[in-house]
Design a protein around this ligand. Structure first.
Ligand SMILES: Cc1ncc(COP(=O)(O)O)c(C=O)c1O
Length: 384
């Protein structure tokens, strides 16, 4: 039994070796000549923004991808000087901050482009922008037919440097069919071609996420933006299946994150006791219960009520009753050694057992991305 972190009630362990290993897998997929962006938005998919950024940069990632200007500033304030691209939305009120912290921005509105251009003139600084083109996701992005007009608009502002052209796949993880990604890739290539005919060269073209980086080398372009795979998870079962159907040897991914806590109380309850809010579980025998100080506030999905289990002393302890804001309760009747402040594993391995984020996601009716990204940033992240 591990005896580290005795004084912490719950913590998240980040396995540096696993993260470096996963990064190398993607490096070998995309090659040395392409830029590898580590997508560290959403607190590095719950793993810890600064902790992950430090590891991936020292292991050879070239760029960092964040969602917001705030995340970018957080990294700059920690001293990271690698290129950072804001993948998400930036309000016009945030643009000056983005400038001052040398963040690259994804743009798709003329209003943003003009506001950036004016700021560049005022601050006598240049900013690099990435135009996002719509290829079928219908999230951010400008229509392909407007692309040249947008480029001309950017070119009117001497302080704006058009560095990138991007797009994002919509339906690649949910299917083994390549029909929709093919369509999107075709639309992206058509956009590149259209710019080429106008003699507009864009140095950093990028649309590849984890799934496309694994499955479709033709999507790699100049830079791959890899998120979930870095954290050691396949985007979906369909992605793994597609990989096998294509007769590709699947890369080996190692989960990076473990989530652990300590038992806050062990109690004996009589047969017939109602456990937790709503009395949704009634004991069918006299039971020993472990009260664990983790709840939905921490990111433990309430949909796991009465269905998941945790690991104590290498054995499964079933959740009894509802997940509350700050507590869950597990049955340790058959783990007689379980006692106060024993380590509990919520995600990760313990002895021969392992609980994956994918498994919890399947129980909670969601995807692993959400299970990870919603882990409360206040939980200490410990790099091991
Ligand atoms: C714009 C963009 N690029 C790249 C990624 C990384 O995707 P994945 O985690 O599947 O690699 C995301 C994730 O949602 C994204 O929104």
């Amino acid at each position: 039994m591990k005896s580290t972190n005795r004084d912490i009630i719950q913590w998240i362990e980040i396995d540096r070796g696993a993260l470096v290993h996963n990064l190398r897998q993607f490096r070998s997929l995309i090659g040395q000549d392409r830029t590898l962006m580590a997508v560290v938005k959403a607190n590095a998919y719950g793993h810890g923004l600064r902790e992950v950024s430090e590891i991936v940069l020292s292991a050879g990632a070239d760029w960092l991808g964040v969602n917001s200007v705030e995340e970018g500033i957080n990294l700059r304030e920690a001293g990271f000087d690698a290129p950072i691209l804001v993948l998400g939305a930036a309000l016009r009120g945030d643009l000056e901050k983005a400038f001052r912290h040398d963040l690259r921005l994804t743009v798709y509105n003329t209003e943003t482009i003009d506001a950036l251009g004016r700021l560049a003139a005022k601050l006598k600084k240049r900013v690099r922008v990435h135009l996002k083109v719509e290829t079928g996701t219908y999230r951010q992005g400008l229509r392909a037919e407007d692309l040249v007009r947008f480029v001309r608009r950017i070119q009117k502002h001497p302080g704006l440097v058009l560095e990138g052209l991007s797009s994002h796949f919509a339906n690649i993880e949910d299917t083994t069919s390549s029909a929709y990604p093919d369509l999107q890739l075709k639309a992206f290539l058509a956009a590149v071609d259209r710019l080429g005919r106008e003699r507009i060269e864009i140095p950093v073209k990028h649309m590849s996420c984890t799934a496309s980086s694994i499955l479709f080398p033709s999507t790699h372009f100049d830079m791959a933006r890899v998120g979930i795979g870095l954290y050691g998870l396949w985007p979906s079962k369909e992605t793994l299946l597609s990989c096998r159907l294509q007769k590709r040897e699947p890369i080996e991914l190692r989960p990076v994150l473990s989530w652990r806590a300590r038992i806050a109380q062990v109690k004996q309850v009589p047969k017939g006791s109602f456990i937790g809010y709503g009395g949704t579980f009634r004991t069918t025998r006299a039971a020993r219960l472990a009260v664990i100080p983790v709840g939905y506030y921490d990111g433990y999905d309430r949909g796991l009520s009465n269905s998941a289990y945790v690991l104590v002393r290498g054995r499964r302890a079933a959740l009894r009753g509802r997940v509350a804001m700050d507590f869950i309760t597990a049955d340790v009747t058959d783990i007689p050694g379980a006692r106060l402040e024993d380590e509990v594993t919520l995600i990760g391995g313990n002895g021969r057992e392992v609980i994956t984020a994918e498994f919890l996601a399947s129980l909670a009716g969601t995807i692993s991305y959400e299970i990870l990204a919603r882990l409360n940033p206040q939980i200490p992240r410990i790099v091991i």
